[in-house]
Design a protein around this ligand. Sequence first.
Ligand code: GDP
Ligand code: MG
Length: 163
Amino acid sequence: PKPIVVIVGRPNVGKSTLFNRIVGGRVAIVENEPGVTRDRLYQDAEWAGRAFTLVDTGGLDLRETGEIAGGVRRQVELAVREADAVLFVVDARAELTATDREVAAMLRRNNKPVLLVANKVENFSRTEHLAVFYELGLGEPIPVSAAEGLNTGDMLDRLLAVL
Ligand code: GDP
Ligand code: MG
C-alpha cells in the first residue's frame, strides 16, 4: 500500500493550494473564505518516482459551528491516525495563532514524522520572520509558495526522506 501523507493546518493557510500543487491539478477547491473543503480529499500523487496518497483536510473549517478549536482537534486526530507523514502548513504572512500552537502540540505528542511548511513565501531573500515558527517545536520551517510553486520540490524531497 502507498504511504499516506496528510496536510493539516488552520483554515486559509493554503492547504488546498498546496494539495493541488502536489497532485498537479485543480482537485481541491481553493477559496478566499475559510470553510470550503468539507471532508478529507484523497488523491494519488508522485514525486521523484515514489507514489503516495495525499490527503487534504478541510473539516477544520467548521466555521458554522463556532467551534473551530474543537473541529481542528478532531480533524487533526482523525487525519494523523491514518497518516504515515504530516505536512503541517502555517501562513508565513500571518502571526502564529492559538490554533497553530494547538495543532503543533498535538503533532508533537504524536510519533508520526511532521514537516513544518511555512506557506505564502514569495520572497526568499526575506525569510528572517520565519524564525518565530521554531517556537512550534517541530524543527525548521520549510518556506514555500504553494501558489507560485516555489521551493515545493525541495519540500517534497524532504518529505520522501521521512516516508
Ligand atoms: P486552505 O483553507 O488552507 O485550504 O487554504 P486555500 O488553499 O483555500 O487558500 C487560502 C487563500 O490563500 C487563497 O486566497 C489562496 O489563493 C491563498 N494562497 C494559498 N497559497 C498561497 C501562496 O503560496 N501565496 C499566496 N500569496 N497566497 C496563497
Ligand atoms: Mg482547503
